[in-house]
Every structure is written in structure tokens, then in C-alpha cells.
Design a protein around this ligand. Structure first.
Ligand SMILES: NC(=O)c1ccc[n+]([C@@H]2O[C@H](COP(=O)([O-])OP(=O)(O)OC[C@H]3O[C@@H](n4cnc5c(N)ncnc54)[C@H](OP(=O)(O)O)[C@@H]3O)[C@@H](O)[C@H]2O)c1
Length: 326
């Protein structure tokens, strides 16, 4: 079977489509014939060699898949060959056949196309868990989201009205990405430039944000705290610049802002609380099945087209969500 393999840290030049032996499912595992694989910034972080994202080399990227069950390993119940499923994988999803834990493999409801379903295990589940589990969103909250024009940013804006609605304000690194964020449903989108503090103050009438979803390492944390409503929550969940993030603000700053600072890691939940991720995936698929949730996706053709799509993500030029159709 063919699989995308990253042979050493760097860029697209080290991503190759190779023929590998088909993997056999072990106890509690499922082998899935992958039809569509979601693309995510975490694969770009692994590709460039960020510590903890690619623990060993060669690296097999791909953390969310949709397809059909090929075979089940010992002890697996409730899943059978031919079932249409999605799965959050621990890696290796960008391949014709991927292994997944049965606990993280969820049937796809009838009527949900696999291109769309493939964005649920990591992308939609993360957006949902950021808002609900980590962010404790309540209807009416004023929510600030950085990197609003990307895959997670778009999903957050589309989910927020389904959770009761509120004010969604986004920031983008380049003004050109504002249109993608507005299309996803943000009431206002601002470039992260010198005028941003004034724009954010105007957007909430000076009342601040109840929830900030911040994937920018610690680079925007001072800004987040400056614009946080008393008792507000900030969720940190990314480090797109790589390297060691700067430290957290001093103790007194957090106390003075009455701030709750939370971390979120999809990979951490896969290891420690997989049922939470599986529940979020099920909930996202249900919202897709009823038509309540739209999840637009830009597809790229085949594994060979993935390195160029990863280049787009790496350069910060990606808009919306991407998936590879195998
Ligand atoms: N903790 C978790 O479990 C988890 C799960 C999924 C995603 N994430 C994080 O959530 C973020 C969004 O993920 P995504 O897959 O939807 O990707 P994405 O938003 O489509 O792409 C990443 C975005 O990060 C921003 N960025 C800021 N600094 C950057 C830099 N130095 N290099 C490249 N991009 C930079 C860019 O948007 P702007 O310039 O517009 O800000 C870029 O478009 C990523 O940071 C990702 O690591 C975390």
C-alpha cells in the first residue's frame, strides 16, 4: 500500500509517497481503507521537526481519516468490514490503509460524504472541545479566535451558533485571509496589526471577551489578557512558530485579570481520555447528518499532492480546511 512518509525534518523535499507493507490490526485496532484524510497544521509541525510532534524518523503523518473498515483486530466489537467510518489516528493516516484504535473509530451516518466526515476526528472535534470542554462556552459569550481563517478557526465559527450563539470575533495574520473567516461566520475579523487593540475594544464596546481561543503559542497572551472580561477564559492550543514558547505572564497579571488559563491538546486527550474525543466526533457527525453544521473542505487529489498543501499551511497561506482524496 502507498503511504506518505516524511524521511527527515525539513520541508516538502523530504515527503515521499512510498510502497509499504499493509499494516495488520492488533488487539483493539481496526484497519481502515482510507478514502479521505484530513490535513492539519500538526503534520506541518511534525514535518519541520518540532519536538514532540514527530517523536521518531521516518515519520508517518495523518491524524484523521474517513473510509471503510478492512479488518478488525482481536477483541473489537461493533465494527465490521465494509462499515463507513472515521477515525482519529495516532499517525499514519495519510496512507491507503491506516490503523486506528476501535475506541477512536466512529461510524459515519448515512448521507454524510466521506470528504466532509474526514474533517471530524481532529478538526471538528478539536473545535467542539475547544468551545465546550476547554472553553466552557455559554450562549451569549463574546469569543475571540486567533487564526480565524484556518481550518479550526472556520469550524469554531460554524459551531458557535449551534451551541447557543454569541459574538464571534476573529484575527488573522494576513488581511487577505479575513474574507475566509467572515464567510465562516465571524461578525468581525481583524488583521493582527498595530490597530488591533483599538479594534478589539470597539468590537466588545470595551466589555472584553468572555472566551479567547488562542493557538499562537504565548505571543498574543498579553493582548488576550488586555481584552479579557473579568472571569474570562483563555484556551492555549498551538505553537505555530515552533521553538520554545516564551513563558507565561507573571502570577499577578493572571490574578489581576481574573483570568482562567487552560491548555488543550487533542493528542493528550487521545492518550488520556479517548472517549471524550470519540464523543465529540460523534456529536460533530450528528450535526453534519442533520444538516445543522456545514464543513466546507478543499480537497487535493491523492497523496502526491499533499506536500504542496502542507507548504500552503506551513507558509500561513491556507484558507479553510483541506483534505486529501486518495
Ligand atoms: N492543541 C491541539 O490539539 C490542536 C489541534 C488542532 C489544531 N491545533 C492548532 O490550531 C491551529 C490551527 O490549526 P489548523 O490545522 O486549522 O491550521 P490553520 O489554521 O489552517 O493553519 C495554521 C495557521 O497558523 C497561523 N500562524 C501563525 N503563526 C504562524 C507561523 N509562524 N507559521 C505558519 N502559520 C502560522 C496562520 O494563520 P494566521 O496567520 O491567520 O494566524 C496559519 O494559517 C494550529 O496552530 C494548530 O497547531 C491544535
Amino acid at each position: 500500500m502507498r503511504a506518505l512518509v516524511m524521511t527527515e525534518p525539513g520541508g516538502a523535499e523530504h515527503s515521499h509517497v512510498l510502497d509499504l507493507p499493509a499494516p495488520e490490526p492488533g488487539p483493539g485496532q481496526v484497519a481502515v481503507r482510507v478514502a479521505v484524510a484530513g490535513l492539519n497544521f500538526v503534520d506541518v509541525m511534525a514535518r519541520r521537526g518540532d519536538a514532540a510532534y514527530a517523536p521518531s524518523w521516518p515519520h508517518r503523518p495523518g491524524k484523521e481519516i474517513a473510509g471503510t473498515v478492512l479488518a478488525t483486530g482481536p477483541g473489537v466489537t461493533g465494527l465490521a468490514p465494509g462499515d463507513r467510518v472515521v477515525a482519529a489516528t495516532h499517525g499514519g493516516g495519510l496512507a491507503e490503509i491506516a490503523l486506528a484504535d476501535a475506541a477512536l473509530t466512529v461510524p459515519v451516518p448515512a448521507g454524510v460524504p466521506l470528504e466532509v466526515a474526514a474533517t471530524a476526528p481532529l478538526g471538528l472535534a478539536t473545535a467542539l472541545l475547544l468551545l465546550t470542554d476547554a472553553g466552557r462556552f455559554t450562549p451569549g459569550d463574546r469569543v475571540l479566535v486567533h487564526s480565524a481563517g484556518g481550518g479550526i478557526g472556520g469550524a469554531v465559527a460554524r459551531l458557535l451558533p449551534l451551541l447557543g450563539g454569541g459574538l464571534a470575533v476573529g484575527t488573522v495574520g494576513r488581511a487577505a485571509k479575513a474574507a475566509a473567516a467572515r464567510e465562516a461566520g465571524y461578525a468581525a475579523v481583524f488583521a493582527r496589526d498595530a490597530e488591533l487593540p483599538d479594534r478589539l475594544r470597539e468590537a466588545t464596546g470595551g466589555r472584553g471577551f468572555d472566551l479567547v481561543l488562542d493557538p499562537l503559542g504565548t505571543t498574543a497572551l498579553d493582548l488576550d489578557l488586555d481584552h479579557l472580561a473579568a472571569g474570562g477564559r483563555i484556551v492555549l492550543y498551538g505553537n505555530p512558530g515552533g521553538g520554545a514558547p516564551a513563558g507565561l505572564p507573571p502570577f499577578g497579571r493572571l490574578l489581576g485579570a481574573n483570568a482562567t488559563l487552560t491548555g488543550f491538546s487533542h493528542a493528550g486527550l487521545l492518550a488520556a481520555a479517548p472517549a471524550k474525543v470519540a464523543d465529540a466526533v460523534r456529536r460533530a457527525l450528528d450535526l453534519l447528518a442533520t444538516g445543522a453544521l456545514a464543513a466546507p473542505v478543499t480537497t487535493v487529489p491523492g497523496l502526491a499532492a499533499v506536500p504542496a498543501a502542507h507548504d500552503l499551511l506551513a507558509a500561513g497561506h491556507a484558507e479553510g480546511k483541506y483534505a486529501a482524496v486518495l
